[in-house]
Write a protein of this length. Sequence first.
Length: 276
Amino acid sequence: MESPQPVEYAVAVERYLAAAGLGAASRRIYRIALDTWAWALADRPAPTGPGRRRARPPVLPLALLDHPDAPARLRAAATHRATGTDPRTLNRELSTLRAAVTWWRAHGWIRTDPTTDLRPHTLPATADGPAPLTADQLRALFALRAPLREQVLWHLLHESGAAIETVLALDADDLDLPRRRTLPSAPPLRWQAGTARLLPLLLAGRTTGPLFLTDRRAPATTPATDRCPHTGRARLSYRRAAELFTTHTAHLTEPTTTWTLRQLRSGTGAQASRSH
């Protein structure tokens, strides 16, 4: 028998975390992220620094996510946090909230999605970071006899200029294939001929579920949003995608260096994505 619909946001958070099948450490991180957005929904500033982990979030009804002001409050909180939070951390916390909202909506606990307008924040370029791959290096990369999944991921990262986390979070029904872009309901991405040629092959009739999948079936505890309803496989993680990239490109690099997925991002692609 299904448990009754929770009234409080905090209870809904605990139900989501229990269903996600996370380890203790991951569950703590997810809870901190979701608690942080509770302050925004209550229209109060979230604690910062070490105190954020120990702060008790405000008690509020889950129905606040359906309030017309919820999207604006979340946008304002994300904008404020962007001034003092590492973009990767903020993007992870945005993804955590989106995943929870999707799960709650699937259970009928809320009706709307207040996270629709929350966009991933651009990662700043750093002077000491690795330089983007050169044209010759890209040609060598795309000439590899790598699996289709990897080829699509590499082309899409390069041509869209999007963050890795954003690309891996895409679902099959986020895509507007004829126009070579994502739908308005998804993070704004555009791509070019290389990706456009390969994407239909990767989808192979799939219309829902994660775009990039693992090779094996997902564990039973995997959230529905991260499992393909057609194949039963799970969403590909950044860690696994990075491992595969290193393995496939090892013979193309110097003995003391490795390429990273972040080196695939091009300034042209990033600009195109932002102009979506």
